[in-house]
Design a protein around this ligand. Structure first.
Ligand code: HEM
Length: 84
């Protein structure tokens, strides 16, 4: 996931830049369960869009496509994530 999320600590066969790909189902309930709920492995992202913006490495292309979207499409993406 790139240098931005790296902790440089390997775990079993995962190196310090690799993370478990988080399942997104149920993610829309995060703030309902806990208003202070955050995202990513260490909780650094306060919003879903912040979580997307931390994507790097193999996921950088996806982030770039989100950044290139018209605002209405980005809003629709966040609405979709909240619906999961
Ligand atoms: C537009 C497409 C994408 C969206 C909207 C998206 C969304 C998200 C969100 C919201 C999270 C946080 C999940 C949580 O905290 O429970 C997440 C985490 C993650 N995503 Fe994506 N993602 C996208 C594309 C990708 C791609 C293409 C990859 C891999 C090539 C990827 C790999 C990961 C990984 C490994 C994590 C966990 C990172 C960590 O915990 O630090 N994602 N994603």
């Amino acid at each position: 996931m790139g240098e931005g999320l790296a902790d440089h600590r390997s775990e079993f066969i995962a190196n310090g830049r690799e993370w478990r790909t988080a399942p997104l189902w149920g993610i829309g309930y995060t703030k309902e369960v806990n208003a202070d709920g955050t995202y990513l492995h260490d909780g650094r992202a306060r919003t879903l869009m912040e979580a997307v913006l931390w994507h790097g490495g193999e996921a950088d292309g996806a982030k770039q496509r989100v950044l290139a979207m018209p605002k209405a499409d980005r809003d629709a993406l966040i609405a979709f994530l909240r619906s999961l």
